[in-house]
Design a protein around this ligand. Structure first.
Ligand SMILES: C[S@@+](CC[C@H](N)C(=O)[O-])C[C@H]1O[C@@H](n2cnc3c(N)ncnc32)[C@H](O)[C@@H]1O
Length: 221
């Protein structure tokens, strides 16, 4: 038995994923006044992401169930004790990662979110899942909140906030990633700079696309 597959977390995640599936229509309507080009531009912007995500402040935008399971398994298999997450939203990915920490015997997960209402909902979900004691939610722009007070070493990094900032967030964390640390980047196709970096020989990573839209990388040294 695992924390992920038993109560209270398993039924909570079923409910949250159902809500996330039901909200997918709302995602389209939140940006329906924008052309496809403008949506693409905002997704890739290093400056206008706040407006873009402000439109989505009531929408979960969660990882898929498959990516959630992958996160749990990766964190378990590398024996993760310290995890950093960029982009908390309602905490669905955070719940998977914190469950792995619990089953690894404990640890610390730092996650970052700038929408205050999402921070409050994530906190409630983590409390309902019995995992809040393992998680520190840093409210504000991750460019600031993840630039200070980092753990000495990080075992796993999840990138799931504004896609254009993946290279900057990786730079903030890079010196803390231990050899063998995993970096999971959701929807990394929107961040070509990031993909070029982690796939480039000699930059210290081994990297491969995984499933539909996930880039899985490992720190080599
Ligand atoms: C795709 S959602 C995260 C989903 C979450 N990982 C999950 O699976 O449940 C991205 C979230 O990142 C937040 N975000 C985007 N850019 C951010 C930034 N620079 N700093 C903090 N939060 C950010 C957005 O408000 C949004 O809630």
């Amino acid at each position: 038995m695992t924390t992920l597959t038993t109560a209270p977390l398993a039924p909570l995640l079923d409910r949250l994923f159902e809500q996330a599936d039901a909200a997918s229509a709302a995602t389209a309507s939140a940006v329906s006044d924008l052309s496809d080009e403008e949506q693409g531009r905002l997704m890739r912007s290093k400056t206008d992401y706040r407006d873009f995500y402000g439109r989505m402040k009531d929408i979960p935008l969660a990882v898929s169930r498959e990516t959630g399971a992958l996160l749990y398994m990766l964190a378990r298999s590398c024996g993760a004790r310290t995890i950093v997450e960029f982009g908390t939203s309602l905490g669905i990915s955070t719940l998977h990662l914190a469950a792995a920490l619990r089953d690894n015997g404990g640890g610390h997960l730092i996650t970052s979110e700038f929408e205050p209402s999402k921070v409050a909902r994530a906190r409630d979900n983590l409390a309902a899942g019995g995992l809040i004691d393992l998680v520190e939610i840093r409210e504000g722009d991750a460019l600031q909140t993840l630039s200070v007070d980092l753990p000495e070493t990080v075992d796993l990094l999840l990138l799931d906030g504004a896609k254009a900032l993946y290279p900057e967030i990786l730079s903030l964390l890079e010196s803390r990633l231990r050899p063998g640390a995993f970096i999971v980047a959701d929807n990394a196709d929107y961040s070509p700079d990031y993909l070029a970096r982690v796939r480039s020989p000699g930059k210290g990573y081994m990297s491969t696309p995984f499933a539909e839209d996930v880039e899985l990388s490992m720190r080599i040294n």
